[in-house]
Ligand binder design. Structure first.
Ligand code: E4P
Length: 218
C-alpha cells in the first residue's frame, strides 16, 4: 500500500517528502482554505510548489456542482501540473464529469465516497481512483473500513476494473494498518498521523538503553 499525505500545507509536504514515505498528496477545498487559499490562482500556485517535491499524483478538487462546469474546471486544473488527479464528488453530475474527463485522458479521483455502490458507479465511469471516506462513516456509527474491504474485494473480482482504492478520511494509525490489511492500493493520511505511525515506546526505551550502555561504558 502506498501512502499519500492529506494536506495542503506545503511545509508539511516538504517534510513528508524528505522522509521518503509518501508518494502523493491529496488536497480538498477545506484543507486549502485552512492554508488561506481561497481562489484558483493561489490554489494553482500551491499545487505547483507541491509538485516540485512530489513526483506522484497530487489530487486537486473541483468546486463546481454541475457536470459541464466540473469538466471545464477539471480541464483547467489538469493543465496546472503533469501529475494531477482531478477530484470529483460522488454525485450523478460527478460520474458524468469523471466519465467525460477520463475519456479525454484526465486522471480523476472519485471523492466523498460513502458507499460500495458509489464505488461501483465510479469504476464504470472510469475513475482512476476512488476515495472511500473511512473516518466520516465511523463518525455516524457505520463501519468505514468494512466499506474499503468490500470495494477492494469487488474491484479485484472483476479484473477489467482498473480503478484503484484509496482509503481516505483516516483518523488514526490503526486505520492505516487496517487499510493495508484490506488491500487498499493507497491510504491518504494527515501528516500528524504519519508521524504517529513511527512511534513505539519500546523503540524509545530501546534507544535509551543502547545509548546509556554505549556512552555509560566510556
Ligand atoms: C481525501 O482525499 C480527503 O481530503 C480527506 O481524507 C478528508 O478527510 P476528513 O474526513 O478528515 O476531512
Amino acid at each position: 500500500m502506498r501512502l499519500f499525505v492529506d494536506t495542503a500545507n506545503v511545509k508539511e509536504i516538504y517534510e513528508a517528502a524528505e522522509l521518503g514515505v509518501v508518494t502523493g498528496v491529496t488536497t480538498n477545498p477545506s484543507l486549502a482554505a485552512k492554508e488561506g487559499i481561497s481562489d484558483p490562482d493561489a490554489y494553482k500556485k500551491t499545487v505547483q510548489e507541491i509538485a516540485k517535491v512530489i513526483s506522484g499524483p497530487i489530487s486537486v478538487e473541483v468546486v463546481s456542482t454541475e457536470a459541464k462546469d466540473m469538466i471545464e474546471e477539471g480541464l483547467k486544473i489538469a493543465d496546472w501540473i503533469d501529475n494531477v488527479w482531478v477530484k470529483i464528488p460522488s454525485t450523478l453530475a460527478g460520474f458524468e464529469a469523471i466519465h467525460k474527463l477520463s475519456d479525454q485522458g484526465i486522471n480523476t479521483n472519485q471523492t466523498l465516497c460513502f458507499s460500495t455502490n458509489q464505488a461501483i458507479l465510479g469504476a464504470q465511469a472510469g475513475s482512476t481512483v476512488v476515495s472511500p471516506f473511512v473516518g466520516r462513516l465511523d463518525d455516524i456509527a457505520q463501519d468505514g473500513m468494512a466499506m474499503v474491504g468490500e470495494i477492494v474485494e469487488i474491484y479485484r473480482k472483476f479484473p477489467t476494473i482498473k480503478t484503484q482504492v484509496m482509503a481516505a478520511s483516516i483518523r488514526h494509525p490503526f486505520h492505516c494498518h487496517q487499510a493495508a490489511l484490506m488491500g487498499a492500493d493507497i491510504s491518504t493520511v494527515p501528516f500528524g498521523i504519519i508521524k504517529k505511525m513511527a512511534e513505539h515506546p519500546l523503540t524509545d526505551k530501546g534507544m535509551e538503553l543502547f545509548l546509556n550502555d554505549w556512552y555509560g561504558s566510556k
